[in-house]
Design a protein. Structure first.
Length: 155
């Protein structure tokens, strides 16, 4: 198992976490005993500039606050604007787990994270949105791979 720790300067907009979460899908099921909402079919979550699109999402809440969103898709997709007009960070994986309280993402299964043409792939990627830190792990079938674009010189 390979572990990669990087502080690549991937900082998303911090005020996104303070915005309301909007969820749409073809069907929704609420289980108040388990404190979950399950959305199926063309599911989309928007929170500020953050967007997650998937085939199915499970929203877990405690004390009327969302604590975790699990998105499954072929693949599930994530994007969010970066601070100071730096473009977007994008990701996709079979499963995306968004920890709303920690403002962190776990990308599981054929995980891929992209920013400014740089690309990180592995079986599991943990992305700390606030700190801009990324940890990636491989499985027995393949390594963690990174493609870095050459530095650009601006006049």
């Amino acid at each position: 198992m390979l572990l990669l720790c990087s502080s690549t300067g991937v900082h998303a907009l911090q005020d996104d976490a303070e915005k309301p979460i909007h969820i749409t899908g073809n069907a929704a099921q609420i289980d108040q005993m388990r404190q979950t909402l399950v959305y199926r079919g063309n599911v989309r979550i928007d929170q500020g500039s953050l967007r997650v699109v998937a085939d199915e999402m499970t929203v877990e809440y405690e004390n009327e606050r969302v604590v975790k969103i699990v998105a499954r898709g072929q693949p599930a997709r994530y994007q969010q604007a970066l601070a100071a007009d730096q473009g977007h960070v994008r990701a996709n994986a079979s499963v995306i787990v968004y920890h709303t309280q920690d403002e962190a993402l776990d990308l599981q299964g054929d995980a891929r994270l992209l920013q400014h043409g740089n690309e990180l792939t592995g079986e599991h990627i943990r992305y700390d949105i606030v700190q801009g830190k990324v940890d990636a792990k491989a499985d027995d079938e393949g390594p963690v791979r990174m493609i870095l674009q050459p530095a650009r010189v601006f006049p």
